[in-house]
Design a binder for this molecule. Structure first.
Ligand code: SF4
Ligand code: SF4
Length: 470
């Protein structure tokens, strides 16, 4: 793999020329440097298990990960080499926990990490990593750099060294239950208004339900049509379902900021709500990291296997179309699909959205590197919350924008509201005349009533064009 217009990276040479990051960093609290360092080291020691240690020992410095990372490819700056983002943590491991730790300490082969270095590294761990895992796919040693960046964030959070905006939304989510102010009352009011406005039944706080529907705050506050679409689809399938004001917010800024206690609290709200209504399925919204937080990390938060299935909405759509519970009309246009990293590459649900697109009669025009190797939009992992990262994020977004343009597709779709928001923001920045739509909303707009002849599509051409003009 090589980047657009860039020579292959010589990691050995890159390390010599690497300048440590020099951007603004933020601090929380009034602690001394020694206290911050102690907190980071304690967290680091706690989280650094055998697997992480093995990863640290395995790097052969081949540089493949650099050529997979959109931040390196779009800038050519060696400091964005993925494994370099972990350098202070590698140094801490070698001095404190590695097999030759005594030698590193006694001979001072690896100087101790300082608070100044952690401050400097804040940019690499938070601003220039979306935890997309593309580097992990490229690494011949299988080193999960994205996962290690997640651990590095735990240490930086413990030290009070988190970008301010990300810290603020995470703190708000822990206090109010939502990073964007979608409190239970706001949600309830909004659902009532949407139900009236769209003449649709939306069940809230049902004592029992087979499916517990959840949302992301981006949907609740920015894309409320997604809430309506979810209700339409669930009503269409005939499942018993409900929203719960006890647990509805699927985003997890505790996870993205690096605060495990906040992460657990957010996850447990969903789990408790699901158990309370005896849900068999927790339906996750169009949100990538929500899937990682509950599908892959939820059982660890609960301390035992989850007593329900966790499905991303694209998986739910595919399952219900396949079983005949959901019937959709054919659209007959060309479409490009943006794979959300946490759903496709990290989540493994790469085929589900493609099955849905096929059922909708869309001709899929894949981008280069589609599916498991798709490039990130640049706004995941909390990066979009961090204003100082905007310039870098736009550079990474350009890769995606050019790839989408190259497909020549008439419509563009994704299944993550955070990606959609990143596309909206990138399009406004570049005056790009393309809009990113929601797979969920497109399905809801093209549902067929029971008994409808499947072919030809019963909707008028004009109505179809409106529904598909994302
Ligand atoms: S996880 Fe993604 S953003 Fe982070 S270093 Fe790897 S490729 Fe780059
Ligand atoms: S691809 Fe893997 S082995 Fe190669 S430099 Fe990156 S982390 Fe090290």
């Amino acid at each position: 793999m090589s980047g657009p217009g860039l020579p292959p990276l010589d990691l050995g040479q890159a390390r010599l020329s690497v300048q440590e990051p020099q951007v603004r960093y933020d601090k929380q609290g009034e602690r001394s440097d020694a206290e911050r360092l102690a907190a980071a080291n304690a967290t680091f020691a706690r989280d650094f298990g055998r697997t992480a240690a093995l990863y640290m020992e395995s790097c052969i410095h081949c540089g493949n990960c650099a050529e997979a990372c959109h931040f390196y490819l779009s800038t050519g700056d060696p400091k964005y080499t993925p494994i370099w983002k972990l350098e202070p943590f590698k140094r801490a491991y070698q001095r404190e926990a590695g097999p030759f730790a005594w030698a590193y300490r006694t001979l001072n082969l690896k100087p101790a990490v300082t608070v100044a270095q952690l401050e400097q590294w804040q940019e690499l761990v938070y601003d220039s990593c979306t935890m997309c895992g593309r580097c992990t796919m490229a690494c011949p040693m299988g080193i999960d750099i994205a996962g290690l960046v997640g651990l590095a964030r735990h240490a930086l959070f413990a030290a009070g060294l988190v970008p301010h905006e990300l810290w603020a939304v995470a703190e708000r989510a822990s206090r109010e239950g939502s990073p964007l102010g979608a409190t239970p009352k706001v949600l309830k009011d909004r659902l009532e208004w949407l139900a009236d406005d769209h003449e649709i039944e939306i069940r809230v706080d049902a004592p029992e339900a087979d499916v517990l529907a959840t949302f992301s705050s981006i949907e609740i506050m920015k894309y409320p049509e997604s809430l309506v679409a979810t209700a339409r689809i669930l009503n269409h399938t005939g499942h018993s379902w409900s929203v719960s004001t006890r647990g509805y917010e699927a985003t997890n800024f505790g996870m993205m900021s690096g605060n495990v206690a906040w992460q657990r609290a957010s996850t447990m709200k969903l789990i408790d709500a699901a158990i309370a209504c005896k849900a068999k399925i927790v339906l996750l919204p169009e949100c990538g990291h929500a899937y990682t937080a509950l599908r892959w990390q939820g059982a660890a938060m609960l301390g035992r296997p989850l007593p329900f299935r966790v499905l991303h909405i694209s998986e739910f759509l595919a399952e219900n179309i396949a079983s005949g519970r959901l019937r959709v009309g054919k659209i007959g246009r060309t479409a490009a699909f943006h794979d959300p990293c946490q759903i496709s590459r990290r989540g493994g649900a790469t085929r589900a959205p493609r099955f849905v697109l096929e059922a909708l009669g869309l001709e899929l025009r894949e981008t280069a590197d589609a599916g498991d190797l798709a490039f990130c939009c640049g706004g995941g992992g909390g990066v979009i919350a961090n204003r100082r990262a905007d310039a870098l994020r736009y550079k990474a977004f350009e890769i995606k924008m050019h790839q989408i343009d190259a497909t020549g597709a008439e419509i563009r779709l994704t299944s993550c509201a955070n990606c959609r928001q990143t596309f909206d923001d990138g399009a406004a920045h570049f005056h790009w005349d393309k809009e990113m739509g929601s797979l969920l909303e497109l399905v809801a707009d093209n549902l067929l009533e029971p008994g409808t002849d499947l072919s030809p599509c019963p909707r008028g051409e004009e109505e179809l064009t409106a529904a598909a003009s994302y």
